[in-house]
Design a protein around this ligand. Sequence first.
Ligand SMILES: C[C@](O)(C(=O)O)[C@H](CC(=O)O)C(=O)O
Ligand SMILES: [Mg+2]
Length: 487
Amino acid sequence: MARKLFSLVRERLASATPIHTLGAVDPAQMTQQAPHQEVLYVSGWACSSLLTSTNEVSPDFGDYPYNTVPNQVERLHKAQSMHDRKQWFLRSRMSAEERARTPYTDYFRPIVADGDTGHGGLTAVMKLAKLFAEKGAAAVHFEDQMHGGKKCGHLAGKVLVPTGEHVNRLKAARFQWDVMGTENLVIARTDSESGRLLSSSIDVRDHEFILGVSDAGVESLAEVLAAMEREGRSGKEIDEFEAAWVEGTRLVTFDEAVVEHFAKYGGDVEGYTAKVAEDRDMGITARRKLAAGLLGEGKPAVYWDWDVPRTREGFYHFRAGMEAATKRAIAFGPYADLLWVETGDPSVAVAAELAKAVREAFPKGDKGLVYNLSPSFNWMAHGFTPDTLKSFIWDIAKEGFVLQLVSLAGLHSNATITSELARKFKTDGMAAYVEVVQKREKELGVDVLTHQKWSGADYVDAILGSIQSGSSGSKSMGEGNTEAQFD
Ligand SMILES: C[C@](O)(C(=O)O)[C@H](CC(=O)O)C(=O)O
Ligand SMILES: [Mg+2]
């Protein structure tokens, strides 16, 4: 499955055309998508809210057991196999002419699955990668959020891990698959376009984006909050203070603090900005030294502190945006087959700019991009015309977005048709069922219309028939099967 996906990705990258798919939540959706979509997406969000391995359902915080998404992959992969066998059996019973005119469905569509943060430390990433490969996933995406601080990419409050920590996760997954001799694709996702918190300041590659205060009069937020708690102030008061603090305190990067300081006290702004642009990975200590050198003798040192605004959990504030996200995508590039930048709204221009930067960093053109055509966006806003909405997928495919997915399509389509049916059924009874479901199944040629056949009843009857002859009376699709009514 991984090889099949790899070849498909190569082919589409070469022709700048998309592999576009929908997230499926169950075997029924898998079978309906198989004739039309070339890959199958399994969403962590959907698993979290619909089916976890503890049956507990809740928002997409990645807090479900790590076998949750692999289990869903296994369920869908087993269903792919069952429907493939059923199809083989049904086709074997056809005449050559009938077979030739009956469309063949490739049920074995490679599965792209959600590995979230990797669900823990590096050994957890390896175990998760192992499970995904064993269960039938072709590709898995890992995002640079902190396990325990993770949220759906389109929620607030996301906590990122240092760049290097995520690189290690990508390496861990590849290491695991190399040990197993499998060729699964690694998809590196970054949530840094909107993730405003960072778990640690240890990686110099993140320093240019970490925010601090440049006003020496501001007290440590965490210390003030702890003092309020000790004084017995109410939770509401503490929350309100914190919200007002975050709202009212100006947070800047070290470079911004330097520029302001130089403007006030005189200093070589251009010299400083040129040097840090040349070496974006310069660590904070080196930046301080550089600033001090360019400021000159006898002037007050630049005041800037990234510890003062740290959250109660100890997280640093991070300047989220496409600049950080592009840098991270490029940093993850050598360790991934495909790159995914999670964005806050759909824009061809933003996508094109990212693609250009990735192409420049990887000129062989072998780093395909993934795009989340998320239902978390309001596709009715954002100024699309019917034409630009229709061409969106193909427009960004031209830029290199080779794999595109409507992450939660299965969830939403399921809810929509059920809502329509439930409302009408309440008043119109069976007329509603026929109108909303049965007639449309027939018109569209949905094979679930005859659900016994769809489920493989003929196929299993044939298996039983080869174990024991002369038992036509106990055949499930024999006389008495109501599906004959559809003939
Ligand atoms: C793609 C995603 O990771 C998922 O789990 O489906 C989610 C869902 C979404 O909002 O589209 C995410 O983007 O974090
Ligand atoms: Mg997810």
